[in-house]
Each structure stands twice: as C-alpha cells, then as structure tokens.
Design a protein around this ligand. Sequence first.
Ligand code: SF4
Length: 430
Amino acid sequence: MINPWSSKQYFDYEKLKKDFGIENTDNFFNHYLFTRRLIFGQRSISYIEFAIKNKMPFNAVTGLMPSGEMHLGNKITIDQMMYFQSLGARVTIAVADLESYATRGISFEKARNIAINNYIVNYISMGLKPCNIYFQSENFDMQKTAYVLSNETNMSELKAIYGLEDSSSILHVNAPIIQASDVLHVQLGKYGGPAPTIVPVGVDQDPHIRLMRDLAQRYRIYNVKKENTGISVYIRGKNDPHEFIDRAVEILSKNLYKTEINYEYRSIKISNSVPEDDIKIDIILANLEKDFNDMTFIGPSATFQKLETGLKGGKMSSSVPDSLISLNDDPKEAERKIKNAVTGGKKTIEEQKQFGGNPDICPVFELYAYHNPDNEYVTRVYDECKGGARMCGSCKAEAAENISKFLKDLKEKRDESMTKINDYLMNKSL
Ligand code: SF4
C-alpha cells in the first residue's frame, strides 16, 4: 500500500508501476523531465495530449503545503507546471493552509506569509506566468465541492485506499476529499467547465489521484466505455434516460457519429466509432452534460515524478537540514552543502579513474539531471563520471557553481517578483 502520510522513500518505481497500474510515458512531451524519465509514469495523460493536439482548454493543478521552505526537491513540480502552462494549460495552485493549520498548528496569517515568501515569489522568479493561486481557507467553491464530494465517499473505500483504521482521525477522511476538491473544482462552470486536468505528483500521492478519478466518474451521467469494436455510452442513475439519450444522440450526430439506442438498457452504441474515440466522445458529452449537471468532471490525469534524493542519501527532509537546498538558501550555504554531499564515487582517485563512478546512485549527479535542461551537458557529465574522467571533488564544485548561480538569479529577481504577486492570487487582500 502506498501511504501519502508516510515519510518512506520509494525507490522501486518499476514495481510500483506494476503493482498500481501506473502507465509509462510516451514520447509526446519533449521536456527533459520526461525524456530523462524523471517523470516515470502517468495516468490517462492521453487526455492532455488530446487537448494539446486539438487546441482545447486544459488545466494543470498542484498544491503547496505552507510550512518550512521550498527546496530543490519541490522544484520539479513547478518546472512541470511551467511546462504545461507553456503548452496552454490554465494553471491553478492550492495553498493547503487548512491542512497546515490542522496538522501543524500554523496560523492562517503565518501560512499566507510562508506561501508568499518561501514559495510563490520563487515560482514567479523561476518563470511561472500569472495564474490562479488560492488559499484553501478562503475558497468557498472548493470547500462547497468538497462537502458534496464527501457524499460519494464511504469509510470502507477510504480504509481500502489508505489503510485507515477505526482510530484514524477524521482529518484522514477530510484531507483526501479536500484534495480531490482542489483538483476537481477547477472544472466547475465558473472556472471554464469540464476540461482535461493534469496533476503532477510524487508516487506517494497516487491514492489521492485514484480517489479523485473515481469521484469524478461517479458524478458523471454519461459513462463512456471503450469496447472491443468501438464506444458505448451508458446513462448512469435512475432518472428517465430518454432526454439524456436524445440530447447525446443529437450532439453525437452533429459530430458525425452514428448511434444505436437502447432506452431499456440506458445505452447508446456508437456504431462508426473506434476505441480510440473514447477521449473525444467523453469530452463532447462532458460539455453537453455540464448544462444539467453542475458536478460534471473529466477524470484528472497525473504524471508521477521521481523524488530527488537528499544530499545525504535517502529522502530530502527538513529534519536533516544538510540533506536539502532551500531556494532561499544563501548561495554560499548551498555550496557548502553540496561539497559535503554523499556521491556515487569510488573510495580513491585511482579507483575512480580505473572503474569510473556511479552517477545512477549519486545525489550530486541528480543536481545536474533535475535542474539543468541542457541534454548534451548532462549526458557529458554522466559519461565522464562512468568513464572515470570525472572526479567527485571537481564535479561537486561544478554542481555547486551551477546551483549557486540559479539561487543568485532567484535572489536578484525577488523584489521584482514580489511586486507581481497580486497577478497570481485569487484573493488579492495582501
Ligand atoms: S563524479 Fe560526480 S556524478 Fe560521478 S559519482 Fe562523483 S559526484 Fe557523482
């Protein structure tokens, strides 16, 4: 079981993919995080590809926990958000101030300061364009949607997904529903209506993704099913299906689909469809359904990113300050941490020259791989390490120089980024 509340580091990504049915990424996305397989899996990313190919609206949603400081390990999510934004995504970011108040006693005012000073200002300096950032405690649409979603969730299900026990706090029930609502409410009519939605996450968040995808489906009236020869649509619920079927048939025929109707079985068979039409038909019907169902959602898609290893090996953790580099760290402090990092190098220079190092287990190499988009450069570092032409001391110094340049750049942009904050916040009461 994957537990989103555990501090365990997951390394066997292939096994996780197999166990939980997470699919491989394809070659559609030409970003180094995809091509280097730092994004190692996905759920239903074909919806996002479809939206991009057909120039249709889509969302990218993530959240931040306003505690501590943003560090390099969190950067991969924002790098993805910026990439999806460059491809046309409407970006929404939830500040989980309800959760930080409930679990860590951080006041809403403090959470706001942390979110702005430690996270949002860095997002802007990194290049995130204006988008919608909101605080959970202030977003009534999200809260209302969470309340409604809870009606379609029961304890047996949450126990099965999260391993909850009778002694688990109700927060463990509320938190996943709130997260589902963070992601799904951006498809409400006032935010633009149903649209494919991508959520970049670590694999530990997969239980939340599975729950929100199930919830999205449970609220749909039109249930699009891929069958061997094509697509069928089933009308969910107990209401008289005639009107739902007639309206769907009308819109499908406008899109040149031929239909066979069975009112008794509440179904429509689309006779000239192929299984690959499922996304197109789902989106067409979601856009019809939104006129009579406020809770019309397209199941969210997800990318799963690998977790960057801490500089001391294991997980980056604020309880081990030298394991991570905060984006607010002084560049000199970052250099010191990198120079003290563990590596995949051999014990002596002679051995390193003879046998080469092991960049595949080296947190210093990850600084190159996660944070430098230049493929040629990163490949050269990898090959030189493996081939014994690169020594750890100079390699660390080079990585430290790169990272401190990045941090200096963020620092220089900080004041200017601060003046732009209101272009990002949904509630602009700064
Ligand atoms: S040479 Fe660089 S990449 Fe290779 S093991 Fe040493 S620090 Fe890591």
